[in-house]
Design a protein around this ligand. Structure first.
Ligand SMILES: NC(=O)c1ccc[n+]([C@@H]2O[C@H](COP(=O)([O-])OP(=O)(O)OC[C@H]3O[C@@H](n4cnc5c(N)ncnc54)[C@H](OP(=O)(O)O)[C@@H]3O)[C@@H](O)[C@H]2O)c1
Length: 266
């Protein structure tokens, strides 16, 4: 490190087990960028002070994670159109002295799905209506897919559908009666557990199934989907491509996806 080394980071609470510092620092090394990336554990009531600190210290980029993605919006100089429509910011970039908010989750989700399929004209079902769902649905609509949103709390699915202009909202059990090409789980079911949000018999051969959950890397949903003849996309790819998009937003350069993936696995 030198006096010129740039500082980037992630703000979240609790800090726990984020892989972002490992991934970004590996990419910076590979790209020969003189920068370091650290995790800041900031409780909600300290977020305004943390953002003031970002301004004062001139951090180049700050990733924003749970629970700050909505509250951070009011503390920035500008929020781009995509993040405004999604209703959440996961990236703050310093540009000409101004803090600009954007959302790279939807880019990550699209690029992860596009490893296996095209999206235009596809019929998609998104399970969940929280922060991750809003990014995934926005991305699918951007590409011209038709999107049905199913959630345990149906009212939340209904407001998401209304806000983003998706096709329909319903309960999780409605999956069985919806013809679809793509299924994306954005609920937290399966996170550090062997549960699945969908009974295995509702999964269909020939569909593409992505799980936003990336811990464990292969969730029960993806195991069941593979056994039923679906093509599966691991949530780690969504995480990796959204990180690559953050680096591109700051530096204007494409980040090495293989390096990000090795860091994720380490
Ligand atoms: N791969 C990536 O890059 C990426 C990015 C962002 C998030 N994620 C992952 O996506 C997951 C969701 O994150 P989030 O930020 O969207 O969280 P969130 O805003 O808290 O939303 C959680 C969602 O899960 C549903 N849910 C929770 N427990 C449930 C249960 N027992 N049965 C059915 N539904 C349940 C909630 O339904 P209700 O509305 O009914 O409560 C809600 O739709 C997390 O596992 C997170 O790690 C991955």
């Amino acid at each position: 490190m030198t006096a010129q080394t740039a500082l980037c980071g992630i703000v979240l609470h609790p800090a726990g087990h984020t892989k972002s510092p490992l991934m970004h620092n590996a990419a910076f090394r590979e790209m020969d960028i003189d920068a370091r990336y650290v995790a800041f554990d900031v409780p909600p009531e300290k977020l305004p002070e943390a953002i003031a600190g970002v301004r004062a210290l001139g951090l180049k980029q700050l990733a924003v994670s749970v629970p700050h993605k909505v509250e951070v919006m009011a503390l920035l100089d500008e929020v781009d159109a995509g993040a405004q429509q999604i209703g959440a910011v996961n990236t703050v970039t310093l540009r000409d002295g101004r803090l600009v908010g954007s959302n790279t989750d939807w880019v990550g989700s699209n690029r992860a799905l596009e490893r296996e399929t095209t999206l235009a004209g596809k019929r998609a079902v998104v399970l969940g209506a929280g922060g991750a769902a809003r990014g995934v649905v926005f991305g699918l609509l951007e590409r011209g897919a038709t999107v049905h949103v199913l959630n345990r709390t149906v009212e939340k699915a209904e407001s998401l559908v209304k806000d983003l202009g998706a096709e329909s909202a319903g309960a999780m059990g409605d999956l069985v009666s919806l013809d679809h090409d793509l299924l994306v789980n954005t609920t937290s079911v399966g996170l550090r557990s062997d549960d699945s949000p969908v009974p295995a018999e509702h999964l269909r051969q020939g569909t593409v199934v992505m799980d936003a959950v990336y811990d464990p890397e292969e969730t029960r949903l993806l195991r069941d989907a593979r056994e039923r003849g679906a093509t599966v996309v691991h949530g780690k790819w969504m995480l990796i491509y959204q990180a690559a998009e953050q680096i591109r937003t700051w530096t204007g350069r494409e980040a090495p996806v293989d390096t990000l993936e090795s860091a994720f696995r380490s």
